[in-house]
Design a protein around this ligand. Structure first.
Ligand SMILES: C[S@@+](CC[C@H](N)C(=O)[O-])C[C@H]1O[C@@H](n2cnc3c(N)ncnc32)[C@H](O)[C@@H]1O
Length: 268
C-alpha cells in the first residue's frame, strides 16, 4: 500500500511531534512504532516507484511490459478463476457486456479477440460471432480456451508473437475486441498491432480496445502508452474515434473502465 506523503511535508516538525505525542498516548508505543515503519516504507516505495518511472523513460526500457515478460507471466498464471479476479463486481461485468460489448460488437459478425486469457469475455463473444478467432501470446491461454470452447466449431485460438496478427487474413475482421490486454503492451508494440488492425479489419469494421491512459505513472504495471498516444496512433492509420471513455453511466451507476485510469476506445 502506498501512502500519500505529499501532504505530510507541509506540516511543521513541531506540529508533527505534537501529533506523535497524541498518537503514542492514544495507541501505545508498539502501534506507534509500527506506524513509523509504515510511513517510512511508504515514502521509500513512492520514491523507488518515481525513480523506476524516470529510468524507464530516460533509458527507454520496457518495465514489466515487454513481450518476453508478458509471455512468461501469463503462461505461468493460475487461470482457475478464468480472469474473474479482475472483475470488481457482477454488476460491473454485466454493464461492460450490455453497454460496451453488445453495443459495439455486432451480432453475427466475424470477431477477432486479442488476449482472451481464461475466456472472461470470449464466452460472450463466441455465441455472438458468425466466425471467431482469438490470438494470445500465451500458449497456456490458447490451450485453455481451445478446451473451454471446443463445442463451438466456429471458434479458433492461435498463439501470436505479441505484436502482429500473422495468420489473420487481410480484411477478414468485422469487429475487434481486447480487454485488459493493451494496458500491458508498450507503445512500440501497440503501433505494430495498429498497423495490423489496418490490414485485417475490413472497411467499416469496429474495434474496441481497453488500454492505459497515464503512461504507467499510477502503477498497475501499465504500458508507457498515454490516452492521447493511443488516439493519435489510431488516427495516423486512418481510423476514426467513435468513443473513448474512462467511465460510463448505466441505470444511475457510474462504472470505471479500470483501476488505473484505464480507458475504453472504440474506433472504426
Ligand atoms: C490480464 S490478462 C486478460 C485476459 C482477458 N482478456 C480478460 O480480460 O480476462 C492479459 C492477457 O493478454 C495476453 N497478452 C499479453 N500481452 C499480449 C500481447 N502482446 N499480445 C497478445 N496477447 C497478450 C495474456 O497472455 C493474457 O491472456
Amino acid at each position: 500500500m502506498k501512502d500519500i506523503v505529499e501532504n505530510r511535508r507541509r506540516i511543521s516538525l513541531a506540529k508533527k511531534l505534537e501529533i506523535a505525542g497524541i498518537v503514542v498516548r492514544e495507541n501505545g508505543l508498539l502501534w506507534t512504532a509500527l506506524l513509523g515503519v509504515y510511513y517510512a516504507a511508504s515514502t521509500v516505495s513512492q520514491r523507488a516507484f518515481a525513480a523506476m518511472d524516470g529510468l524507464r523513460k530516460k533509458k527507454g526500457i520496457p518495465g514489466m511490459n515487454s513481450r518476453a515478460l508478458n509471455k512468461a507471466i501469463w503462461e505461468a498464471w493460475d487461470w482457475n478463476a478464468a480472469g474473474e479476479e479482475w472483475t470488481p463486481s457482477e454488476d460491473w461485468k454485466a454493464s461492460v457486456i450490455r453497454c460496451i460489448l453488445e453495443k459495439h460488437i455486432p451480432a453475427g459478425s466475424r470477431v477477432l479477440e486479442i488476449g482472451p486469457g481464461g475466456g472472461r469475455w470470449t464466452e460472450h463473444l463466441v455465441p455472438r460471432a458468425s466466425d471467431f478467432l482469438a490470438v494470445d501470446i500465451s500458449e497456456s491461454c490458447v490451450d485453455l480456451c481451445r478446451k473451454k470452447f471446443a463445442a463451438a466449431p466456429h471458434a479458433r485460438f492461435i498463439v501470436g508473437t505479441g505484436c502482429d496478427l500473422a495468420g489473420v487474413p487481410d480484411a477478414s475482421v468485422d469487429a475487434l475486441w481486447s480487454f485488459d490486454v493493451f494496458v500491458h503492451i508498450n507503445r512500440e508494440e501497440v503501433e505494430r498491432y495498429a498497423d495490423e488492425f489496418r490490414r485485417v479489419m475490413r472497411p467499416g469494421a469496429v474495434g474496441v480496445i481497453h488500454h492505459g491512459s497515464v503512461g504507467g505513472t499510477l502503477g498497475g504495471w501499465r504500458s508507457n502508452l498515454t490516452h492521447e498516444g493511443m488516439l493519435d496512433l489510431l488516427k495516423q492509420r486512418g481510423f476514426s474515434i467513435v468513443a473513448s471513455f474512462k467511465e460510463w453511466q448505466d441505470s444511475g451507476t457510474t462504472h470505471q473502465a479500470g483501476l488505473y485510469q484505464d480507458v475504453v476506445t472504440v474506433f472504426s
